[in-house]
Design a protein around this ligand. Structure first.
Ligand SMILES: Nc1nc2c(c(=O)[nH]1)N[C@H]1C(S)=C(S)[C@@H](COP(=O)(O)O)O[C@H]1N2
Ligand SMILES: [Mo]
Length: 375
């Protein structure tokens, strides 16, 4: 009888860990940077708000699309990395020296924040908001903890990374695991390709037919008037609007009010602009309505005024929105009355909604009832 071959930790080695890290590192960096941009556009600090660019029109669509796509790609990459290194995580004794204890602590923070960050992002995409804390603040804070832990990790592992970044040919020929490692990396690459393919169509519309897993698709089932509905009028608690009684109030030095009929009689403009939800889907539509800057100028707004927009929705985080002058003065920023040639449906914000270029979906306020010039 043959003696059983003792278990050998195949591919649980530094070379494999570094090979996966070569893809994992750039994916994390890209996810982090696009996350910074998205956060800046959605919740800018006061000093930044007046300087946010309203162009390119598709800017946020690209950064948020890449943010969500890299975040999803991190699932197979992170899984492969953890699988490769996990035997080291269980080594006994857990602590051998003060220095070793510090290193293990930093690894614990790194692993915990990375896994939690990706998991929270996925839950957010799936609109599964079950935690008792605010997603945005926690995701934002964790991003910085993760960035710090990762930089520390890269510094500590710099010698290992340098030693294994590239194997020279002779070394590869001597390495009995080289073939298996190549297979593993190919498998991880295929998994990244697969999860990307079945989700990225939610924002990269030529691939929309391949969208099997994303909760929202940019067209087809579940859309109305050509684009998805994120919060319906019923969900937002907006009662059906009496078009004759409705008024748009614009406050400013020369405030005024308009009926829907008067609003429709003002010069109308059409712009093709996307709605880009932070949750990862985006879809373009042709919007027709009145330029916000025309409405604001008519209220006697001084040059470079920022604007507050209030929805007739009673509660909810997106009831009130503020926009800096770069958006308010952009000729493409509309108080839209129509979408793709039809009057807005109640779910898309009837009778009037905001649509602006390079802006997170959360600020494309529906059911607008009041516009305030802020100065
Ligand atoms: N008043 C109001 N406007 C709103 C929302 C909302 O909940 N209330 N949701 C926002 C979000 S998160 C997105 S992504 C877009 C989606 O627009 P749509 O439902 O017309 O596709 O509307 C935005 N406008
Ligand atoms: Mo959204």
């Amino acid at each position: 009888m043959r003696t059983p071959i003792p278990f050998r930790a195949r591919l649980h080695d530094p070379r494999t860990a570094v090979a996966i890290g070569r893809w994992l590192g750039p994916a994390v960096l890209l996810c982090f940077l696009t996350g910074l941009v998205g956060h800046g556009l959605q919740t800018p600090p006061g000093w930044l708000a007046p300087h946010l660019p309203s162009r390119p029109v598709w800017g946020y669509r690209v950064t948020q699309g890449v943010h969500v796509a890299t975040g999803i790609a991190l699932v197979p990459l992170l899984t492969a990395k953890l699988w490769t290194v996990h035997p080291r995580l269980w080594r006994w004794p857990p602590v051998r020296s003060a220095e070793h204890a510090l290193e293990r602590l930093s690894i614990a923070v790194l692993v915990a924040t990375a896994v939690l960050q990706v998991f929270l992002g996925l839950m957010n995409i799936a609109q599964w908001y079950v935690w008792p804390f605010g997603f945005k603040r926690v995701h934002w804070a964790l991003a910085w903890v993760l960035a710090g832990a990762l930089l520390l990790h890269l510094a500590v592992k710099a010698p290992v990374i340098a030693a294994h970044w590239r194997a020279d040919r002779r070394e590869r020929e001597r390495d009995p695991d080289a073939g298996d490692r190549r297979s593993l990396l190919l498998g991880v690459g295929a998994a990244v390709g697969a999860v990307t393919l079945v989700t990225v169509g939610q924002t990269l519309t030529p691939l929309r037919r391949a969208t099997l897993l994303a909760p929202r698709r940019p067209s087809g089932d579940g859309t109305r008037q050509g684009i998805p509905v994120n919060h319906t009028a019923a969900q937002a608690g907006v009662a059906s609007v009496d078009a004759d009684a409705w008024r748009l109030r614009v406050s400013g030095p020369d405030g005024y009010a308009l009926t829907l009929r008067e609003l429709r009689a003002l010069p109308q403009h059409t712009a093709r602009l996307p709605i880009v939800c932070v949750e990862g889907w985006s879809a373009s539509a042709e919007w027709t309505g009145v330029r916000l800057r025309d409405l604001v100028e008519r209220a006697g707004a001084p040059h470079r005024s920022s604007v507050r927009v209030v929805s007739s929705q009673r509660h909810g985080a997106y009831r009130v929105m503020e926009m800096g002058h770069t958006y308010a003065e952009d000729a493409l920023t509309l108080l839209a009355l129509m979408i793709n040639g039809e009057v807005l449906s109640p779910d898309h914000g009837f009778p009037a909604r905001i649509i602006a270029p390079n802006r997170p979906g959360v600020w494309q306020t529906k059911w607008v009832s009041r516009i305030e010039v802020l100065r």
